[in-house]
Design a protein around this ligand. Structure first.
Ligand code: HEM
Ligand SMILES: [Cu+2]
Length: 563
């Protein structure tokens, strides 16, 4: 395709108007009332990242308190509030909306060749539900804060805890709507707005994972909503649902809570697995291996995820038979998860791998999620869980899973950053930051497996001296991670201010977002992309002048130019 040469146009790319979704309109109101999925995605990203910094601050306070047994920087009451705020912020405000609301909102419509999501107003509403829910939750600090742990177990939460738990629970309830709205929007968008000719098996795998996630969001979140409502009613009106003194059943709360919260683990991890499939294929410059297996394993994980909640309740007094059944079903989830890991490895095999920062995050995920998944088997086995339950082993396990997702969130941010902002970032610093996070993470949490299996309980302010060494190493690791995050904030801000202009396709991706300008125009495309195999990299060539990859039609039999 010949392009007309216009002064200022990048060689190898057609000349286009300079208008894009960022500069098409300006001013606070143009953002506050925007219906553009890309701007909503960016606003989510800024909000979620800010909340991550706040949640991270509470984590550092917890780790600092644990440097010595007994009081270090705060009282036992505030310690309880710190870990609760940390957990509640990270789960409800950061990681559950995380990848779908921020990266999904930005990328999903572009990836199917659409102009926007199916319901743009609902999308904006979901963003404001997130803002309002978050403000409610944070306002707890003015009401004595919350110290129940993020699980809000009854009857402690309904009878004894500080009043600050009311705004947090109300906030989590509101955040649930945000999650349901996003899920609904994505399902309808994927069904209805795919570019002509794009079948289900032509979808990028990220979207299969968002679709599977959306199913869980829609089916599981209402259960949590009602449970939190019952909790508030018991707390404020004294109607007994969970408190035995009022005729309620505390174990019922655990059933309701985990019926949502185990599937919620998949709301957290499935989108990350979707981003992984994109990253691994693009940075191996090789067609994804086992497309259908990866696609169906997302759906399988979503459905099986509803059947295993009882593994959180092995020591709640449920019968051994029920425990055995939950244990057995829990193991089956390892199968679709392993299918994904196998396919990623097979994709990398004999690929031409570039170790750019997004790929470093993806590889970190493989290690971290691998350990997170394998240690889950010890917790899913009843006999070992009785020993490990409520110890630091559990804390280490769920951080290996959840922070695995955070690594992919960061990988995705780096991957789509040039597309979102039109700017490149400092790649060597990005690699350094990933390294700091990876090393810091393993130092922080691997030690926790050790102290947990030696019996150090979670949520404890005080501990016997024998555990001090572990705690100090763990805290040192968390400070290394803190450095990594500060560095990341630094070079990303620098990129916004002074980053080199991003090419349309810096990494060599074949999905649609790499076939439009960086940043994209308001309507996403200058000309509608043609549907073809989104994992076929044969037509992409590195172009020195463009500073990125360009598509060229290769005539049959022509020699493929060297990279
Ligand atoms: C930035 C690195 C992080 C550090 C240093 C850290 C540290 C900690 C510590 C020390 C605890 C308290 C453990 C206990 O006594 O029970 C904790 C709990 C928790 N963390 Fe993290 N964490 C980090 C990141 C995350 C992330 C990314 C997530 C999820 C997205 C997360 C979710 C949780 C949850 C759900 C709890 C349980 C809170 C509770 O027991 O109520 N953390 N974390
Ligand atoms: Cu679970």
């Amino acid at each position: 395709m010949a392009s007309i040469s216009v002064p200022g146009a990048i060689a190898g790319q057609p000349a286009r108007s300079k208008a894009n979704y960022l500069n098409a309109s300006s001013g606070f109101l143009s953002w506050a009332f925007t219906l553009d999925h890309k701007r909503i995605g960016v606003m989510y990203l800024v909000g979620i990242f800010t909340a991550f910094l706040l949640g991270g601050l509470f984590a550092l306070l917890v780790r600092t308190e644990l440097l010595t047994p007994g009081p270090t920087i705060t009282t036992h009451d505030w310690y309880n509030r710190f870990f609760t705020l940390h957990g509640a912020i990270m789960v409800f405000i950061v990681i559950i909306p995380g990848i779908p609301a921020a990266l999904g909102n930005f990328a999903l419509p572009i990836m199917i060749g659409a102009k926007d999501v199916a319901f743009p107003r609902l999308n904006l509403a979901s963003f404001y539900m997130w803002v309002i829910g978050t403000l409610f939750a944070i306002s707890t600090l003015a009401f004595g804060a919350v110290d129940t742990g993020w699980t809000f177990y009854t009857p402690y939460s309904t009878k004894y805890a500080f009043n600050g738990m009311i705004p947090v629970v109300a906030g989590a309830f509101i955040l649930g709507f945000s999650s349901i709205f996003t899920g609904l929007n994505f399902i309808v968008t994927i069904h209805k707005l795919r570019a002509p000719g794009m079948g289900w098996f032509g979808l990028p795998l990220f979207l299969w994972s968002l679709y599977a996630t959306a199913l869980v969001q829609i089916l599981a979140t209402p259960v949590l909503g009602i449970t939190l409502l019952l909790l508030l009613v018991e707390r404020t009106l004294g109607v007994g649902f969970f408190n035995p003194e009022l005729g309620g059943d505390p174990v019922l709360f655990q059933h309701f809570f985990w019926f949502y919260s185990h599937p919620a683990v998949y709301i957290m991890i499935l989108p990350a697995m979707g981003v992984m499939s994109e990253l691994i294929s693009v940075f191996s410059h090789k067609h994804i291996f086992g497309y259908k297996f990866i696609a169906f394993s997302s759906v399988a994980i979503a459905l099986l995820g509803f059947l295993v909640w009882g593994h959180h309740m092995f020591v709640s007094g449920q019968s051994n038979l029920v425990g055995m059944i939950f244990s057995a079903i829990t193991f089956t989830i390892a199968v679709p998860s392993a299918i994904k890991v196998f396919n990623w490895l097979a994709t990398m095999y004999k690929g031409s791998i570039s170790l750019n920062s997004p790929m470093l995050y993806a590889l970190s995920f493989m290690w971290i999620f691998g350990i997170g998944g394998l240690t889950g088997l010890f917790l899913g086995t009843m006999a070992t869980d009785v020993h490990l339950h409520d110890t630091y082993f559990v804390v280490a396990h769920f951080h290996y899973v959840m922070a695995g997702t955070i690594f992919v969130l960061f990988g995705g941010i780096h991957y789509w950053w040039p597309k979102m902002t039109g700017k490149m970032f400092n790649e060597p610093l990005a690699r350094l930051s990933c390294l700091l996070l990876f090393v810091g993470f393993n130092v922080t949490f691997f030690t926790q497996f050790m102290m947990g299996s030696h019996g150090m309980p979670r949520r404890y302010y005080n501990y016997p001296a024998q555990f001090q060494m572990y705690h100090q190493i763990s805290s040192a690791g968390s400070y290394i991670m803190g450095l990594g995050v500060i560095l990341m904030v630094g070079y990303l801000l620098h990129s916004l201010a002074r980053g080199r202009k991003a090419p349309d396709n810096p990494w060599g991706g074949a999905t649609f977002e790499w076939r439009t300008s960086s940043p994209p125009p308001v309507e996403n495309f200058h000309e509608q992309p043609v549907v073809d195999d989104l994992y076929d990299y044969e037509k992409l060539f590195w172009d020195e002048q463009a500073g990125g990859y360009v598509r060229r039609e290769v005539p049959d039999g022509a020699a493929r130019p060297a990279h």
